[in-house]
Every structure is written in C-alpha cells, then in structure tokens.
Design a binder for this molecule. Structure first.
Ligand SMILES: *Cc1c(COP(=O)(O)O)cnc(C)c1O
Length: 212
C-alpha cells in the first residue's frame, strides 16, 4: 500500500477533467501529507471537527471539501476555510451557510445532495425539489450552488448503481449553470465517470481500508 502510487495510478486511469477528492476521514495527518506531496490538493472529510483539526496542521493551499452530513450548529467552525460542502440537503442548512459565509466575507460553494439510492438511510433531497433549492439559493449572496452530489445504493448490482447515477446525471444535465457532478467512490467511480461524473470522492483506493 503506497499512497503516492495509488494517487498516480488513479489519475492515470481517469479523464483529466475529473477532479479527485481524496477522502481522508479517520486517516492520520501523515497520510494526508503523503498525498499532498504526491500533488493532491483536494481533501474530503465527513466530520467538521476532524476537518478543522487537519486544516490547522496542513498547508493552506489545500481545498477542503465537506462530504458528510452537516449539522447546522457546526457550520460556523468550518465557514472560514471550507471550499465546497457536498451534502446540502435542507433550506435550514443553506440559510446557516449563508449566515456564516457572510460573517467571514466569503462565498461558499455547495452541492445539493440528491437522494438516488433505494435505501432510506441515505441523506439528500428528492429530485423534484431541486428547482426550489436552486431558486432559494439565488436569494443567498454568499452561497454558490455549483453542482450535485449523490451516493448510489450499497450493492453489488452494477446495473442498479448505473441506473441511479444515470438518473442523477440526467437531472444535472437539465441545469446548465451547474458545473460539478460529485458521483462515484472507490467501488463505483468507474461507473460514475461513464455516467458523467466530474468529481469522484475516493477514500480506500487512495489511503487503504478504514478500520472503523
Ligand atoms: C467515506 C466516503 C467516501 C469514500 O469512500 P471509499 O469507498 O473509501 O472511497 C465517499 N463519499 C462519502 C460521502 C463518504 O462518506
């Protein structure tokens, strides 16, 4: 297991226009430094506190992406530096991001998380609600909705994964202002890219399996 090799193999296997979010949750700072030295600049975390702690220890040209479900009361801790929040799924959260981004005199990029999986454990809004979210966000000057995020069902059925991604990709194509489609993880990023992903969120394929 070699983080540098994992990153270069991954890069060489995908189109140039696809951004890699290196999902470093639960991994020690040393692992992130190895990835940074290999040229990686986009890191994804799913817990605000953990992301803040790593932000403080690492070079400041890193783009930090929040990929996990965000509690409204945690937004303030990351508002000064977070680049993109992938997991926006409520008006309440959008309002809080607006408030905290304004306080920090910044614009925070957000992706709307769409529920595409069959499982009811997954977060996200219904596709039919997207238009309403995009209109609402136009009233929030410090929020910029740049795209969509979705997670496919946890299944071995490649066809099901493909169908879920295709549904998200079709929705994305309906809105020409959107520039980012965050779709695909270690086990399904190839299907994600085939179905139109512009941003993949890769953890175990870069950093190895997580123990918890
Ligand atoms: C953990 C996580 C990933 C990365 O998962 P891997 O299977 O390790 O690549 C991607 N997206 C989200 C939202 C995650 O929580």
């Amino acid at each position: 297991m070699n983080i540098e090799n994992n990153i270069s193999n991954l890069k060489n296997s995908i189109p140039d226009y696809v951004d890699i979010v290196a999902v470093s949750k639960t991994k020690p700072v040393n692992d992130l430094i190895k990835a940074y030295r290999a040229g990686q600049r986009i890191f994804g975390e799913n817990k605000v506190q953990e992301m803040v702690a790593k932000f403080e220890k690492l070079p400041k040209d890193i783009e930090w992406h929040m990929i996990g479900h965000v509690q409204t009361n945690k937004v303030k801790y990351m508002a000064s530096f977070v680049n993109t929040i992938h997991s926006v799924d409520s008006h309440k959260l959008l309002k809080e991001i607006q408030k905290q981004a304004f306080k920090n005199n910044r614009k925070i990029k957000c992706l709307i998380q769409i529920r595409i999986a069959n499982e009811d454990t997954k977060f996200g809004i219904e596709p039919s609600e997207l238009n309403d979210y995009l209109n609402f966000s136009k009233t929030l000057p410090n929020v910029k909705i740049t795209g969509l995020m979705g997670m496919a069902s946890f299944t071995d059925d490649q066809n099901q994964i493909r169908n879920e991604f295709r549904m998200l990709s079709n929705l994305y194509d309906d809105f020409s202002d959107l520039k980012a489609l965050s779709m695909g993880m270690s086990n399904d990023y190839k299907i994600g890219i085939e179905e139109g992903s512009t941003m993949i969120r890769i953890g175990s394929k870069i950093f190895g399996e997580r123990n918890f």
